[in-house]
Design a binder for this molecule. Structure first.
Ligand SMILES: [Zn+2]
Length: 472
């Protein structure tokens, strides 16, 4: 279902004959493209415009206590009164103009306000009232301003009665007359609703394309890649017809625009027919991780690939040495990557060597546990603070790709040592991370059932419109 902006409808109010009231509630719109303004003029008293917004059915809402309301999956009509004009007995009620403007590059607050018909002196006073809350010089192209102007029926002069500026994703600045020939400003928080969104896709050309096509925000895609990075080599293992499923939190403002994305609660990938599903679980110490249905952490003791986006340029095993020319056993895997690409620690551990090491060039070796070590060679430089004895965490940047030592071009030479022997990093069966047991496992299983329930309550075909973050 597509999220759609309802046409504003006018609705008669009070005792009057609805048919008559509708006739007088003439709505006239004119656009001034050069000025970038749209103007809706609403004539007459006793009219109330309602903007109806149809919310997605594939969404759950969090209540004030942070509890997901699983039942509320019916479409929800969000009704927002745009403008309400009080009933007025005068024969000539003021004309109310509501002007919405979007800032273009180079627009100043003064220019946009005067273009909208605000008197220069009034505009200056309103800007002064706004300035302590928002510096008008920091206005950016694309920011939105709405103004309400009332035309004095006698003099025909327009008077500013309300200014609303969307200062950022979470805050509006509202400026109104202070009753003493000036203006007062106020910052108003935009209410943010957290919703759950389900997305899924089948990979045709690339995971990225499938994610974009199915409205998965890039931040969520990055989280998913992170979750699976222990298990999946995204450069090599993801193929056409593989698929993914996700459930994640989406924070929306009062207009239904996504302002941010929260946690991924469920992530599933089906690769070459093999399904892997992981659930977010926070343990009693507040440590968040993703676990499979048996409570096994997605984290492995070692990462499969210690650089992002790299191509394997040379595998482990016998090969003709590119510099020396003779056949020699290659003791690791080479990942070709641009100079300066960050290199991650494949696992938690302690640096056993850090610095120049002959033909290895700038080199690091990490001792992970009694049996495993990893080594990284030909770096352009070490990351800040890397020295022998330093403790590092998995995925911490330890250095950068280079071509120091005996090397023909920028690449990472990566070795895995098991029990003192160099083994094939691509073939080694990596030790697993932690597995939940006892009470922790029971708590996880409860959380997993809850997540599965929420997931099942969202329609599978849900396509989320407006999921792209607001450009402001
Ligand atoms: Zn190598």
């Amino acid at each position: 279902m597509k999220h759609s902006e309802g046409q504003p409808i006018t609705q008669p109010d009070g005792e009057g004959n609805p048919a008559e009231a509708q006739e007088t509630a003439a709505t006239e719109t004119e656009t001034a493209p050069k000025a970038g303004l749209t103007r809706a003029r609403i004539l007459g008293a006793s009219c109330l415009a309602i903007a109806g917004t149809l919310a997605l059915s594939a969404i759950l809402f969090k209540d004030d206590n942070g509890v997901w309301l699983g039942e509320e999956i019916d479409p929800i009509i969000k009704a927002a009164p745009v403008i309400a004009v009080a009933a007025d007995e005068e024969p000539l009620p003021p004309l109310v103009n509501e002007v919405d403007a979007t800032f273009n590059r180079g627009d100043t607050m003064m220019a946009v306000m005067t273009r909208a018909g605000v008197d220069r002196v009034e505009a200056h006073k309103a800007i002064q009232a706004m300035t302590p809350l928002f510096n008008p010089r920091e206005i950016k192209a694309g920011q939105k301003l709405s103004l309400i102007l009332e035309d004095d029926p006698d003099t025909g002069e327009a008077r500013l009665t309300r200014l609303k500026l969307k200062a950022d994703k979470t805050r509006n600045i509202v400026v109104t007359p202070d009753g003493q020939d000036g203006f007062a400003g106020e910052a108003v928080d935009i209410p943010i609703t957290t919703e759950l969104v389900r997305s899924q896709g089948v990979i045709d050309s690339s995971l990225y394309a499938a994610a974009v096509e199915n409205d998965v925000p890039l931040k969520v895609l990055a989280d998913m890649i992170n979750i699976f990075s222990f298990d999946v080599d995204f450069q090599r293992e993801v193929q056409r017809d593989d698929s993914f499923q996700l459930m994640f939190e989406r924070m929306a403002d009062d207009q239904g625009n996504a302002v941010d994305h929260g946690d991924v609660l469920l992530a599933e990938m089906v690769l070459s027919g093999e399904k892997r599903r992981f659930y977010r679980y926070e343990d009693k110490n507040g440590f968040v991780d993703y676990y499979d249905e048996k409570g096994r952490s997605v984290r492995k003791a070692l990462l499969k690939t210690p650089v992002d986006g790299a191509r394997i340029s040379s595998k482990y095993g016998k090969r003709k040495h590119p510099v020396l020319g003779y056949t020699k056993k290659h003791s690791g895997v080479d990942f070709a990557a641009p100079r300066g690409t960050p290199i991650y620690a494949a696992g938690d551990g302690v640096l056993e060597a850090a610095g120049r090491n002959g033909s290895y060039g700038i080199y690091i070796r990490i001792r992970h546990n009694d049996s495993y070590k990893t080594a990284y060679a030909h770096m352009s430089k070490l990351a800040k603070g890397m020295r022998k004895g330093k403790r590092v965490r998995q995925r911490q940047v330890i250095g950068y790709v280079g071509t120091t030592g005996r090397s023909t071009g920028p690449h990472l030479h990566f070795e895995v040592h098991k029990g003192g022997r160099k083994v094939n990093p691509l073939g080694v069966k990596l030790p697993t991370g932690k597995t939940l047991k006892g009470k922790a496992l029971a708590a996880f299983q409860q959380e997993r059932a809850r997540i599965d329930g929420l997931y099942a309550s969202l329609p599978g075909s849900a396509k989320v419109a407006d999921a792209t973050p607001d450009s402001q």
